[in-house]
Design a protein. Structure first.
Length: 415
């Protein structure tokens, strides 16, 4: 064993989703042995099914994925550049632009500029994470393993599996979804924001080119996001009251395409369905703490975002980068990788990165989905001021673009 015969690994990670697998890879690169515990069978991890979700990746997320060997394992045909984002509200003539188009409209041409980010299917990220992690000798994945109990003593964390096995390490990390059972077993609560809404998502083909532009259309009754994919296709993401989701799922392909075409208001031309539809409830989660004694949270177990700002996986991979960096620093100096120094440094940085966006996202979603008269007037005013006040517009857009690209958050400066 890596530290002592009494330990089964340097770090136990509960959950072998993309965040857990990425952490395993990062820890292995730091010379640490990671043992991942996953309830699902191995086949579900090796070859995950297409689930309809397109993940918007920031520049920082891409850098981390590249360093861990995930990016090179994704077929370039599955990676679509996100050149610009535009926001409209309920038929208002105002359009808020972010990205290349916003620079041109503000008189600062950004020729040759990098895209805001990239869109990649979620199941391809999961595939890449599995391949990258399991290619490293320092990563071990134990499937069909459910954690039933957690104990933490002075020098170790121990888990008991459903089959009675007990495993121990200096540090235990939960990466088992926003509804993390391990987080609860460790006695950490979370603020949960149930938006009372659901997402219905499906790919559609269309006649007019999308030019790498993502649209966020806040209509009255539902929100439509159009996320550009390679070729003449977009992912149509409809956010609506949860009780209306079954109706949308029951539509024929032709009926679904017709609704998307109408709500897109001619931006894509004629539309046709190009894949199955999927359905997800919307619940945001922010853990009260990201660490406690010999325990840490990463991925959605720490922060589960509303998808409107596309930061769920990005925050997950940021957390992986920071936690792995702090643990590696402790290993190099002969310190305790499960001790408070590394964990508190991780908590400070990750909370600084995520909390303002969590609060801001919830405020935006609340404002732009409230159907009452005053909120409707308020969001019209926000878009109008942002477009007509050049100084404020540039400041607002620059701040949001930094969040979209990952340039406005703490990087990986050495400690």
């Amino acid at each position: 064993m890596s530290q002592s015969d009494s330990f089964d690994a340097d770090v136990l990670v509960v959950g072998a989703g993309p965040a857990g697998l990425a952490l395993g890879a990062a820890l292995a690169d730091a010379g640490l042995h990671a043992l991942l515990l996953e309830q699902q069978p191995q086949v579900a991890l090796e070859d995950p099914p297409e689930d309809g979700r397109e993940i918007a990746l920031t520049h920082r997320a891409r850098r981390v994925m590249d360093a861990l060997g995930l990016w090179s394992r994704i077929d370039p045909s599955e990676i679509a550049p996100l050149n610009e984002a535009r926001v409209v509200d309920g038929g208002s003539p105002q359009v808020l632009h972010f990205g290349r188009g916003s620079g041109e409209r503000d008189g600062a041409h950004r020729g040759g500029a990098q895209p805001l980010g990239w869109l990649v299917p979620n199941h391809r990220i999961r595939q890449a994470a599995w391949a990258a992690a399991t290619a490293r000798p320092g990563v071990q994945v134990l499937c069909d393993a459910r954690v039933d109990a957690v104990e933490r003593e002075a020098q170790r964390a121990t888990v008991t599996l459903a089959d009675g096995r007990r495993l121990a390490a200096p540090l235990l990390v939960a990466a088992d979804s926003r509804f993390s059972a391990t987080r609860r077993l460790a006695g950490i609560g979370a603020a949960m924001h149930d938006f009372g809404r659901s997402v219905v998502v499906g790919r559609v083909g269309h006649a007019q080119p999308h030019a790498g532009v993502a649209w966020e259309c806040f209509g009255y009754g539902n929100t439509l996001a159009l996320l550009p994919m390679n070729g003449q296709r977009v992912s149509a993401v409809v956010t609506l009251p949860a009780d209306r989701a079954p109706q949308w799922l029951a539509l024929s392909d032709a009926e679904f395409a017709a609704r998307i075409e109408a709500q897109a208001e001619g931006r894509l031309g004629a539309v046709h369905a190009a894949g199955p539809r999927h359905h997800y409830p919307l619940v945001g989660v922010y853990a009260q703490r990201f660490v406690s004694h010999r325990f840490a949270l990463i991925g959605d177990a720490a922060v589960g975002m509303h998808p409107v700002t596309a930061h769920g996986w990005n925050f997950g991979v940021y957390g992986v980068e920071v936690l792995a960096r702090e643990l590696a620093a402790q290993r190099r100096c002969g310190g305790d990788i499960g001790g408070p120094r590394a964990l508190q440094a991780y908590e400070r940085e990750h909370r600084h990165t995520t909390l303002p966006v969590w609060l801001g996202t919830n405020a935006i979603v609340t404002l732009f989905t409230d159907e009452r008269r005053m909120p409707k007037l308020a969001r019209r005013a926000v878009l109008t001021v942002a477009e007509r006040a050049p100084g404020l517009s540039r400041l607002l857009k620059a701040g949001i673009e930094r969040q979209l690209t990952g340039g406005g958050v703490a990087g990986a400066a050495p400690h």
